[in-house]
Design a binder for this molecule. Sequence first.
Ligand SMILES: Nc1ncnc2c1ncn2[C@@H]1O[C@H](COP(=O)(O)OP(=O)(O)OP(=O)(O)O)[C@@H](O)[C@H]1O
Length: 260
Amino acid sequence: MNGDPIIDVRDLVVGFGPRTVLDGVSFDVKRGEIFGFVGGSGSGKSVLLRTIIGLIPRRAGSIEVLGTRLDQATDEQRQSVERRWGVLFQQGALFSSLTALQNVQFPMREYLDLPQRLMDEMAAAKLDMVGFRRADHHKMPSELSGGMTKRVALARALALDPDLVFLDEPTSGLDPISAGDFDTLIRTLQRTLGLTVFMITHDLESLHTIADRVGALADGRVVATGSIADMLASDHPWVSTYFRGRRASALTSRLANSEP
Ligand SMILES: Nc1ncnc2c1ncn2[C@@H]1O[C@H](COP(=O)(O)OP(=O)(O)OP(=O)(O)O)[C@@H](O)[C@H]1O
């Protein structure tokens, strides 16, 4: 981890009609880290992710990703940055009329000009990487379990060998064992591929086990950033309730007891 910022967001304001959802959000994500983003339901985490990747317009502030100011970029500059990130949306968001393999190929078709056989091999290799069985490659999304859907969505996010991945609630809807397996997969891929990861989550266990740093969103702003220890020391009411509340204490003692 060499510490230069891969995402740098300053004073970001985003709203819908009269409602301001993000009211001066600032934070950065450093190269090679897993940055976990938390916040109450409806606090604007998904809006933030969607604004960074250009799906929602901002009202003010700057967004720099992979060294490019996206709020000032030409279409061409934006496309060349987009080509270097992958996104796993909440619920996976697979194309329902495409097989698992075809879903992973989708970004390859969009950005690369390669023979079909090569794309078949590349997509199969991505699915292998996320532990998705070859026997299931030609299944339709409706035939996949929640955990399988997340794996295909992750393989699709990795299709173009990105430097950066955005994960929106990667473990939501998974049982605790599958969620733990998925956390391990994210950590392993991040280390082996040298990825930077921006991850929105409600999952305290994910934050404890894989996040290098955490950011907390409340009242339209980032009210705390740092390690879990920094979160535990924060006196912001939402942050302290979340990280020091009853669920958090139960988890902390379970993790402490499971240590070798
Ligand atoms: N396209 C939109 N038009 C109007 N309001 C929107 C739109 N998208 C999001 N919002 C509002 O912005 C607020 C933040 O939504 P967002 O989905 O970012 O919350 P969140 O923090 O991701 O919540 P959760 O943890 O429940 O997924 C909500 O009040 C939501 O209703």
